[in-house]
Design a binder for this molecule. Sequence first.
Ligand code: SF4
Length: 429
Amino acid sequence: MDLIVVKNATCTYCGCLCDDIELHASHERVLKAKHACVLGRAWFFNHPNQHALPAALIDGRPATVDSALQAAAAILDDADMPLVYGLGNSTCESQRAAMMLAEQIGAVIDSHTSLTYGPGKIAGQLTGKLTCTLGEVKNRADFVVYWGTNPVESHPRHFNKFALRAKGKFVPRGRRDRTMVLVDVRETPSARASDQFLQIRSGADLEVLTTLRALVNNRTVDRGLVAATGLTCEQLVDLAERMKQARFGVFFFGSGLTMTRGKHANVTALLSLTAELNAFTKFAAMPMRDYGNETGADAVMNSLAGYPFGLDYSRGYPRSNPGEFTAVDVLVRQEADAALIVAADPWTTMPQAALDHLDRIPRIVIDRKITPASLAARVHFTTAAPGISEAGTAYRMDRIPFPLRPALRSPHATDEDILDGIQNALRAT
Ligand code: SF4
């Protein structure tokens, strides 16, 4: 058996996009993923042997790619409001092809962002944001605050590679040169790694952040109102002072902040606090992006349409209105009459009312494997997996693009090929 070795491969499972993975593979499977964490290894090892999978299905039965492209084009051509959804696990090249197709068919197009970090995008538009790269965090950050996120379980190498234990130019002793605070509503495994864990009441993020803003700016606060957050005034005074005294501080925030009560108001308060801390020291904020190339989807949509998610092309030009043109909303209101799902699993992330409508309309699924959703779809395409059997580009959570170095060669097309193929089939109708 020939062994394929690929050095500096990039793992696209989570937003850390670790680019130091050494892959050892046979022609069909990844056998070893050196440096990958437990989630990364599962991502590489559980990739199916695609040689055994049909390239396409129509109504659950194997079909040629050409006939499936024709069937997909017919569904989209008949639709008045097609929905294109997913993209967080595709390459930027495929995301661009999806945007082109959405424009061609006048579709609503939305990414995973609307279900994870969308409120953060709205907050950034309202207040602006001060951010940095993970390289700067590694080399400079001596005060790290994780808010509403549990990196030990969601981004397992974030501590070691960038933010906590990594040795950097101005923090040469790594963990001993850094202070870590975790703010969350429950004690997660990440709390054990922190110097201080602040457990706040569920839904009190906005109140805690607003109090911190007041304290950083030397305003008085009401002790009784602070107590309702689950923390004491002394704890928040201490945190505000330590943040002001840091040399380089950073907030990493997760969906525990963006998708809980307050949503974009929470992130607006956090970004405002970040800006205000810069009157005293250097502070930055960064979201903990979940899907491997969710950040790339935002970047591609921004560069092509001027908006990061929740777009509508039905008038021939892009409009964005989260809450109106976001995937869950057009499904719950039963407006979408066909759906093209690109490398996503709405069945694990969307509310039941959206799934009920998704079950009623014709669906086209593009995925790496055959899933129950593929078998129930009118048309399914099997495609190569980014970073495993497909080259391309993906963006890390700090918006740095990385090339993908696959170890396997897929017998199937890429998402981009299929999306281009549907465009061509539509032009021919
Ligand atoms: S931290 Fe994320 S990107 Fe890095 S190896 Fe683990 S799953 Fe992959």
